[in-house]
Design a protein around this ligand. Structure first.
Ligand SMILES: CC(C)(COP(=O)(O)OP(=O)(O)OC[C@H]1O[C@@H](n2cnc3c(N)ncnc32)[C@H](O)[C@@H]1OP(=O)(O)O)[C@@H](O)C(=O)NCCC(=O)NCCS
Length: 230
């Protein structure tokens, strides 16, 4: 699984379906793309959205995301038009990084809120942690790093970054929230429970307060999925 192709094939052939079922309690399917969808193939609604994006890199990422979404919708026997999709979504999520896009869908109805995040492996400075970890999470991570000499540190930070982004995306009520509003029960494990920060306005009574997540390291990528628990 050394190449983008290898990672994409592994995800699409269902290599992680069993782990996702155990971790999230959901039937999740994935599709990946590493080339942008041709603009000629966009529906009128998609074309209108595309034209609203100004930066070339943003347009390329968006088109690669559309390619992954289209593939996934086709596999689920759904129509190809992505123009009406809004995020966060109860049963769909999308991410792009380093030229690759991954789309995931949960087959369970109603979907609880699903999130995915992908990051190409890169160094992450420890000072960045305060933008996505709470003090309790940092204390646990630092305690572990003091024991093992910091070996887990950089890899752990990027893993937790993707987990927090996936948790944010899985929250249907995320409009006024930031990554530090989500707290994982144990920052040292790659699969577990998460909740909202104590003291946070938890929104409507039916809104999710609990989440589950799982993180993977695939060749040069960190991939996390999360789902709300209703
Ligand atoms: C919106 C956000 C989740 C995007 O994440 P990202 O890592 O920059 O980009 P990704 O490629 O992984 O994800 C982008 C996709 O997420 C989806 N998305 C956008 N807003 C979303 C939201 N509010 N909820 C769920 N999914 C969302 C879209 O499908 C988007 O792709 P598209 O525009 O091509 O359709 C992120 O920018 C964000 O707002 N994070 C939380 C806010 C925060 O705390 N920021 C502080 C960090 S310092």
């Amino acid at each position: 699984m050394e190449t983008l192709n290898g990672v994409a094939a592994y995800l699409e052939e269902g290599g992680l379906i069993g782990e996702w079922r155990l971790a999230l309690g959901l039937e999740v399917r994935a599709a990946a793309a590493f080339a942008p969808l041709s603009v000629d193939l966009l529906t009128p609604g998609e074309l209108a959205r595309y034209r609203n994006l100004s930066a070339t890199s943003r347009r390329r990422d968006w088109l690669t995301g559309r390619a992954a979404l289209r593939k996934l919708l086709r596999r689920l026997d759904l129509g190809p038009d992505t123009a009406s999709l809004e995020f966060p979504a109860a049963n769909l999520s999308l991410t792009h990084s380093g030229g690759m896009a991954v789309a995931v869908a949960c087959l369970d109805a109603p979907g609880p809120g699903l999130g995915v995040d992908l990051e190409a492996e890169r160094p992450m400075r420890p000072e960045a942690a305060r933008f996505f970890l709470g003090e309790d999470e940092m204390a646990k991570l630092n305690g572990r790093n003091a024991m093992d000499g910091g070996a887990e540190s950089e890899e752990g930070l990027l893993r937790l970054w993707t987990a927090k982004e996936a948790l944010f995306k899985a929250d249907m009520d995320n409009r006024n929230r930031v990554l530090t509003d989500y707290r994982v029960a144990d920052p040292m494990v790659r699969r577990g429970k998460a909740g909202l920060r104590p003291g946070l306005d938890t929104g409507a009574p039916e809104a999710a307060r609990e989440f589950r997540y799982i993180s993977h390291r695939l060749a040069g990528w960190h991939l996390s999925l999360a789902a709300a628990v209703l």
